[in-house]
Design a protein around this ligand. Structure first.
Ligand code: NAP
Ligand code: F7E
Length: 422
């Protein structure tokens, strides 16, 4: 393994990808440049420098480097000679899918044109279903850390698109691993795989830990199970640094709007502002262990800082029903929900307790799944003990942050990151 730090993120345009890119840039996986004096010395004497001296130069300039690169006055010089500093350029690269409209709303605040100076983030077109493309990107970027977050990540949609889900979420991981080997980087790269609590499906024990047997309940979970095991197999077969993060649900204001938490918080904001009347949901009694995505990407990063690869559960250790999430979300805009009708049936509805004629929540069986995961509750003890990681956002705070963000977005006082660019 090398000291050079270059990260490659698949799925960088998604919820987790955007938080992770922020985190890595913050942690200094950014372009670093030498002090001006050392750059000048190097430029003047570069023809006399052999390989060895170049390395010494790089070591000392990195070591001594004050943050001159943050001063715009030095940017033209640094930019002109950046290739001399390549070895300690520390970068974040991301793979984005080609789309007819912009799909980079979640990372726009991080992205700058690569012709600018001080660029921190580099994007490449690619797809987990295209092996040649992945080999090309990995061979040219030569990452030291890969975070494989790309996936068709919606459980309900995976029942409609099982074949594509298997290709992207299952075989896509195999393509990534083989691309690393084809590029000859199997001893250089640390690889994180976005595994999931959906693997536990019809749970075999409560709470679920790294040793709980899997029982996947959707095409999504079955594809992720293939991914989990191919990763373990390559780890054992080729001694690669490959780690599965078995992450329980994690949410945020950047969550896709068809996942239940964000669907609820968007609807609450729109109902509060009089833009919608009713929220239609499926199974209100499903229980999930919901944390905040910002905390979970820190856990991913910690896993790849370990010398030895392993598999870890990240979870809060608390579980809540969808129903509870609905009640708390409405409470944040001053609405108390009263449930009426037979619980667990399509007859059940949630009304405004102060005006029972207002039906705010209805059950629509279109949102039921052919096979459901009823209860998820994680045991994050191993991550706490080995990585020092804990989930630090309480459930109430998570719900509040999401409702406030959506309310601000609906009122137009905060931007909508998914809105198409003009
Ligand atoms: P997300 O918001 O749905 O993001 C998925 C990302 O994958 C997007 O950037 C998407 O690109 C990209 N993608 C989809 N298909 C692709 C393909 N064929 N090739 C390359 N990229 C592709 O998901 P997330 O919540 O950030 O989750 C990140 C990862 O963690 C996923 O693998 C998910 O399955 C897994 N996971 C999530 C949770 C959770 O609670 N959030 C829990 C456990 C595991 P577009 O933007 O172009 O669609
Ligand atoms: O559903 C129920 C639904 O779609 C949560 C993904 O990130 O986490 C996520 O998968 C629960 C389920 O997430 C609606 O039946 C009720 O029981 O928000 P969700 P998920 O299926 O748990 C795991 C860990 C991942 O790995 C996945 O990538 O809520 N539910 N009514 C509903 N769900 C949705 N989406 N929409 C409803 O109207």
């Amino acid at each position: 393994m090398t000291d050079r730090k270059v990260a490659l993120i698949t799925g960088i345009t998604g919820q987790d990808g955007s938080y992770l890119a922020e985190l890595l840039i913050e942690k200094g996986y950014t372009v670093r440049t030498a002090s001006l004096v050392l750059i000048i010395l190097f430029v003047v004497y570069k023809n006399h420098f052999g390989q060895f001296l170049t390395k010494i130069f790089i070591f000392f300039s990195f070591f001594l480097s004050p943050s001159l690169n943050t001063l715009p006055i030095f940017h033209p010089l640094i930019n002109q000679y950046h290739y001399y500093c390549y070895y300690y350029y520390e970068q974040v690269h991301g793979i984005v899918r080609r789309s007819s409209c912009f799909n980079t709303g979640r990372i726009d605040h991080l992205y700058r044109d690569r012709h600018d100076t001080g660029v921190k983030l580099f994007l490449h077109y690619g797809d987990l279903c295209d092996a040649t493309n992945l080999i090309g990107i990995i061979s040219s970027v030569k990452p030291t850390e890969i975070y494989n977050l790309g996936a068709m990540s919606h459980v309900k949609v995976s029942f409609d698109m099982p074949e594509y889900t298997a290709d992207c979420d299952g075989v896509g991981v195999l393509r990534m691993l083989d691309a690393i080997r084809t590029a000859g980087l199997e001893k250089e790269v640390k690889f994180y795989q976005a595994s999931t609590s959906e693997l536990y499906g019809k749970v075999q024990e409560v709470p679920q830990s790294e040793t709980t047997p899997f029982y996947p309940r959707s095409p999504y979970a079955v594809a992720k199970q293939y991914a989990f095991w191919i990763l373990v197999n390559y780890r054992e077969a080729y001694g690669m640094h490959l780690t599965n993060g078995i992450l329980f649900n994690h949410e945020s204001p950047r969550r896709g709007r068809t996942f239940v938490t964000r669907k609820i918080t968007c609807a609450v904001a729109r109902i509060k502002e009089g833009l919608d009347k009713t929220l239609y949901l499926g199974n209100l009694d499903a229980k999930r262990d919901w944390g905040h995505a910002r905390d979970y990407v820190e856990g991913m990063w910690r896993m790849l800082q370990e010398d030895t690869p392993d598999d870890y559960v990240l979870a809060t250790g608390e579980t809540h029903t969808v129903r509870e999430f609905v009640e708390k979300a409405f409470a944040h805009v001053g609405i108390i929900i009263k449930w009426k009708g037979e619980p667990g049936t399509v007859e059940e509805e949630g009304v405004d307790a102060s005006d029972e004629s207002r039906v705010l929540v209805k059950v629509d069986e279109r949102y039921f799944r052919p096979t459901e995961v009823d209860l998820l509750l994680g045991n994050p003890t191993k991550a706490k003990e080995k990585l020092g990681w804990v989930s630090s956002t309480p459930f109430d705070e998570l719900v509040k942050e999401m409702v406030l963000a959506d309310h601000a977005m609906v009122k137009g006082t905060a931007p909508d990151c998914e809105k198409l660019h003009d």
